[in-house]
Write a protein that binds this ligand. Structure first.
Ligand SMILES: Cc1cc2nc3c(=O)[nH]c(=O)nc-3n(C[C@H](O)[C@H](O)[C@H](O)COP(=O)(O)OP(=O)(O)OC[C@H]3O[C@@H](n4cnc5c(N)ncnc54)[C@H](O)[C@@H]3O)c2cc1C
Length: 430
């Protein structure tokens, strides 16, 4: 059997892996992305495309193709920062052309990146190929072992392996690199509800006696994320589906009938939420980025943006060493150094939001007086415009946003802005 080898082996075709594959291929680096699933059509993908990612897509010449995908625009971010009601932040305070967050099913975004990368001669995407372990020579990682869905096993040797395989990363586990778990008080039930004309558009959040949930508008249906206390899944399921429907109906007073659409527990998937961070993101021959390096909670909807920004920094800092055929420890350390601060700030914000949800949203324990009083952060935000602008920046653009390196840029497409976004419920773009 011929020895299979490449310059860069990327494990995982999520936002981090696909963006990194595209950028490195545009630099002329031989790159292979190995994705264990046969398609991108999984349900538990987040849908948000942040302002900084929209700018990045423009820089990559993909803006026009992106806006051709059916989407919604959010003009406000909803954040559980204090009290039972989420704090809203207007995104029209953002600098630059994109003053909104776009919502598209993630499989459409990944498909767009895959098609663009497929035009580069040095890019290969291997779907239905699961990485099962690492190859080593001495201390250095020299590639991966994989198994395809039809049962074939193989080895791919690489100058550099990049783990982009998400929050349950096989590569991270195999590497022996350590991480710190910050503990998360919640898990998510993930299911669909029918959506009817006149229902909320875009993104909506609900909190009350029945708990807390997020409704993601996907046209004909809502993707629902229902927050539960960590570890309470088995107990709550044992109470029966009718008890669940009653709780759900209490959270949806304007559409209580919709809860009946959940016919059985089989339709309700449990997602184990994690918040963790590796102390060191690399070892000779191996780098971890995205959720593999720092698992993000869904709260605040910021993990996809962070993963994409990691990928851009990685491509910018490592394309030249990869083309030269030598990637040293210092090169890898520069990636972690660059992405450390944004990761710590964003995870800290998520941690604060978790505490708030536990105090209010998850228990629905707020009394009437509390419900009627605007939360303190909301009052502060109302008062100080700069504070609002700073928070909008952190959420929709991120700390230390990355821009496309010169080698990856392509001619600008015609103006790629959506229509004016009109509020937290947003509008579909024609
Ligand atoms: C329920 C839920 C909802 C969320 N909603 C949002 C949201 O709305 N907005 C937001 O910004 N963030 C959201 N997040 C967080 C966000 O999903 C992650 O931060 C983001 O997807 C990380 O991107 P990634 O590319 O690093 O990893 P992932 O998106 O997890 O991608 C990893 C990829 O690797 C593949 N893979 C895994 N193991 C292997 C293997 N051994 N071999 C080959 N391939 C493998 C997987 O199939 C997957 O395609 C949500 C998280 C959860 C749990």
């Amino acid at each position: 059997m011929a020895r299979e080898e490449t310059a860069c082996c990327i494990v995982g075709g999520g936002p981090a892996g696909m963006m990194l594959g595209l950028l490195l291929a545009r630099a002329g680096v031989r790159v292979q992305v190995l994705e264990k699933h046969g398609d991108f059509l999984r349900d538990f993908r987040g849908d948000t495309v942040h302002a900084s990612t929209l700018t990045l897509l423009d820089e990559l010449g993909l803006g026009e193709s992106f806006w051709a995908i059916p989407h919604r625009l959010l003009a406000q971010a909803l954040l559980p920062l204090s009290g039972p009601r989420p704090v809203t932040v207007d995104l029209d305070l953002l600098p630059g052309p994109h003053k909104h967050i776009a919502m598209v099913p993630q499989w459409d975004l990944l498909g767009l990146l895959a098609r663009a990368a497929g035009q580069e001669p040095t890019f290969t995407l291997r779907m239905a190929t699961e990485v099962t372990g690492l190859l080593r020579e001495g201390d250095a990682v020299t590639g991966v072992r994989y198994r395809t869905q039809d049962g074939q096993c193989g080895e791919l040797h690489a100058t550099l392996t990049v783990a982009c395989d998400g929050r349950t990363s096989t590569v991270r586990a195999a590497s022996g690199l350590r991480h710190r778990d910050f503990g998360v008080p919640l898990d998510v039930w993930w299911f669909r509800l029918p959506r009817h004309p006149g229902d909320p558009e875009g993104l909506a959040a609900r909190a009350g006696r029945g708990g807390a949930l997020v409704l993601i508008d996907r046209g004909e249906y809502f993707q629902v994320g229902y927050l539960i206390r960590k570890g309470s899944d088995a107990r709550m399921r044992a109470e029966g589906i009718d008890a669940f429907r009653t709780r759900l109906a209490a959270l949806l007073p304007r559409m209580p009938d919709r809860a009946a659409a959940v016919r059985s527990w089989d339709e309700v998937k449990l997602l184990n939420v994690r918040l963790d961070r590796m102390q060191r993101w690399f070892t000779p021959g191996l780098l971890c980025i995205g959720d593999a390096a720092h698992a993000m909670s869904p709260i605040g909807g910021v993990g996809i943006n962070l993963a994409i920004q990691d990928a851009v920094a990685t491509a910018r800092l490592l394309a030249a060493p990869l083309l030269a055929g030598r990637v040293g420890g210092r090169d890898l350390a520069r990636v972690q150094l660059r992405r450390w601060l944004p990761t710590v700030v964003t995870q800290s914000l998520q941690w604060v939001m978790h505490q708030t949800l536990v105090k209010h949203g998850l228990t629905g324990a707020a009394d009437a007086a509390e419900r009627d009083t605007p939360p303190k952060p909301a009052l502060l935000l109302q008062r100080f415009r700069r504070l609002r602008a700073a928070l909008a920046h952190v959420i929709a653009i991120g700390v230390l946003p990355e821009h496309a390196p010169a080698f990856a840029r392509r001619p600008p497409t015609p103006p790629s802005r959506g229509p004016e976004a009109v509020g937290p419920r947003a509008t579909p773009r024609p």
